[in-house]
Ligand binder design. Structure first.
Ligand code: NDP
Length: 451
């Protein structure tokens, strides 16, 4: 370890990737500090995955109460105390923030609170004070990005949606990505009249088309109004509500307007230009396979490099980088077959290729699907379908894509992801004994190829 500098590793950004890399580097004996302008925890813990999923749990109770009657329960009046939910959610975030602080201090990582700007290849400035390091790691993540239309200042992003002081009667959510569909489910479950406005023809570009259309059908059944081929040109505030002017000239009234139109790397004002660090047109830091930028001593991981904006990927990148810098092993991050989930209602779980991608890559593929009403809903009476799909390369019999919409899709897909990482064939799926009665067993009992 070098003593020419204050630190061996100086990390800017105390989110999932930055904290993991810093802690691991310290465990290997490096002198490490993390610079964070807000609270340690980052998007996932403070403004993303964690609070989002807590609110998904909360909103699912609406359906559970309805389901209970079919099982003999009488459930009395129900009402959501939104401020109470937000307060308990925030208390949990405080607890997690404390855990993250402890993880850093227990491993001997110093935390510097303030905004870090890169001065040169080995120097970062925070509130006028300069710190030097052999290696600088940029893990500052991303931030919601919104189109600059008139009145956009009236729109909220997922940041504010997680902390709304009270629930509006109605809400328009713009965008058809992960965040938009997850928040549509949350607010619809809370009794808000939700309209999702998308410019494309379907939600969730990049997902398997069967899953996209099946999810749209289920969201529509839950009362979410999806408006495809629709754009918003202007937003105007009228007292407590907002008037939206659509691309076709129509207008629409709503109690709140949320934009979930993507996230951009948070690289502005970071001093990258003065340090000579190259960025792409969207601000993402350009790195090589070892997460090294064009400046030898500066590295970047996580959402700021805009490869795969998922927490477990940032963790894997952080660990790979630390092994590369401080040894002993060096193993590149494998971006193939990354399982992921969308916590829509019902949720989606996916791993591998969509049918469209599989056809483009392999030509003819075998497709197996299963659609059914989950056993629970035979008594609950809920009109909800579960859908599963496997895509197989006929030449090798390997399963190259697995897709599911239905309860516990995220939990189920993690195991399927392991099987696919091991290169499992359809014959091996078929040779696996099912767990009965479960929805997951469908993945080992799909015998009929789709014609
Ligand atoms: P996404 O990139 O997933 O989706 C953006 C959506 O906004 C798309 O539907 C896109 O439409 C639309 N859009 C973009 N620009 C405009 C515009 N100017 N006007 C109207 N619509 C527009 O971004 P998200 O913000 O939903 O999420 C960001 C990332 O965070 C995700 O990619 C994901 O990696 C991560 N994430 C993961 C979660 C999970 O794993 N469960 C949960 C939440 C986030 P179009 O399709 O037409 O381009």
């Amino acid at each position: 370890m070098s003593h020419d500098y204050d630190y061996d590793l100086l990390t800017i950004g105390g989110g999932s990737g930055g904290v993991r890399a810093s802690r691991m580097a310290a465990q290997k004996g490096a002198r490490v500090a993390v610079i964070e302008e807000d609270r340690v925890g980052g998007t996932c813990v403070l403004r993303g995955c964690v609070p989002k999923k807590l609110l998904v749990y909360a909103s699912e109770y609406a359906g559970h109460f309805d389901d209970a009657a079919g099982f003999g329960w009488s459930v009395g009046d129900r009402e959501i105390d939104w401020p109470k939910l937000i307060a308990t959610k925030n208390a949990e975030l405080d607890r997690l923030n404390g855990i993250y602080n402890n993880i850093l201090s227990n491993n001997g990582v110093e935390t510097i609170i303030g905004r870090g700007t890169v001065v040169d290849a080995h120097t970062v400035e925070v509130a006028g004070k300069r710190y030097t390091a052999k290696n600088i790691l940029i893990a500052v993540g991303g931030w919601p990005s919104m189109p600059q239309i008139p009145g956009i200042e009236h729109a909220i992003s997922s940041n504010e949606a997680l902390d709304l002081p009270k629930l509006p009667k109605s809400m328009v959510i713009v965008g058809g990505g992960y965040i938009a569909v997850e928040f549509a489910g949350i607010f619809a479950g809370m009794g808000v009249e939700v309209t999702e406005v998308i410019r494309a023809d379907h939600l969730l570009r990049g997902f398997d088309m069967d899953l996209r259309t099946q999810l749209e059908a289920e969201m529509t059944k839950r009362g979410i109004n999806i408006l495809p081929h629709t754009t918003i040109e202007a937003i105007e505030k009228n007292g407590d509500s907002y008037t939206l002017t659509l691309g076709n000239g129509d207008t629409m009234e709503t109690g709140a307007i949320m934009y979930a139109t993507g996230r951009a790397p948070k690289t502005q004002g970071l001093g990258l230009e003065q340090a000579g660090v190259k960025t792409a047109a969207n601000g993402a830091i350009v790195v090589d396979e070892n997460f090294r930028t064009n400046v030898d001593s500066i590295f970047a991981i996580g959402d700021v490099i805009d490869r795969v904006a998922l927490t477990p990927v940032a963790l894997a990148e952080g660990m790979a980088l630390v092994n590369y810098l401080f040894g002993p092993e060096t193993k590149a991050v494998d971006y193939e077959n990354i399982p992921s989930a969308v916590f829509s209602q019902p949720p989606l779980g996916v791993v591998g290729l969509t049918e469209e991608e599989a056809v483009a890559r392999y030509g003819a593929v075998d497709v197996y699907t299963s659609g059914f009403k989950a056993m629970k809903h035979t008594l609950s009476g809920r009109d909800e379908r579960t859908f599963m799909k496997l895509i197989v390369d006929p030449k090798t019999d390997k399963v190259i894509g697995a897709h599911m919409m239905g309860p516990d899709a995220a939990e189920i897909m993690q195991g399927i992801g392991i099987a696919m990482k091991c290169g499992a064939t359809k014959a091996q799926f078929d040779a696996t004994i099912g767990i009965h009665p479960s929805a997951a067993e469908e993945f080992v009992t799909m015998r009929e190829k789709r014609g």
